[in-house]
Design a protein around this ligand. Structure first.
Ligand code: ZN
Length: 147
């Protein structure tokens, strides 16, 4: 009987995730952390949406967070150029073609979303998402894969 309950539950989870699979919710906090370390983007999605929230109490000029997607090989250079760009540019160098997708910088209680075409991703590619607020990317980063 317990086994049957588990089976029914897993079927429910599978069907609900089919609807949610083309987007992900990710949160940043005052401890300079994202609540996700990995994001899987299904190949079946033509577009993928990232919904960023900030569950902390600090303002964006103190503990701002954004979500930026790059090829892992570009991470350090994009982060360094972004730091120099400043908060009013969302810590992203103007016209940076290495940035695949990004949100603006948000502070406590704010939200931001970005939707991008999955055709920008390669299943063989290595991608990293991170926050480009100065000093954050060492902790606030994770891997993204097209699966
Ligand atoms: Zn941050």
């Amino acid at each position: 009987m317990f086994g049957r309950f588990l089976l029914a539950t897993s079927v429910l989870l599978a069907s609900s995730s089919a609807f949610a699979a083309c987007s992900v919710d990710i949160d940043g906090n005052d401890a300079m952390q994202f609540n996700l370390k990995n994001i899987d983007v299904p190949k079946t999605c033509t577009e993928f949406t990232v919904n960023l929230s900030h569950s902390g109490k600090l303002a964006k000029n103190v503990m701002g967070h954004n979500w930026i997607l790059v090829k892992t090989a570009d991470l350090q250079a994009v982060a360094n150029d972004g730091m120099a760009a400043g908060l009013d540019k969302d810590y992203i160098k103007a016209g940076d073609t290495r940035v695949i997708a990004h949100t603006k910088v948000i502070g406590a209680g704010e939200k931001a979303s970005v939707t991008f075409a999955t055709s920008k991703l390669d299943a063989a590619g290595a991608y990293t998402f991170f926050c480009s607020f100065p000093g954050h990317w060492a902790l606030m980063k994770g891997t993204l894969k097209l699966i």
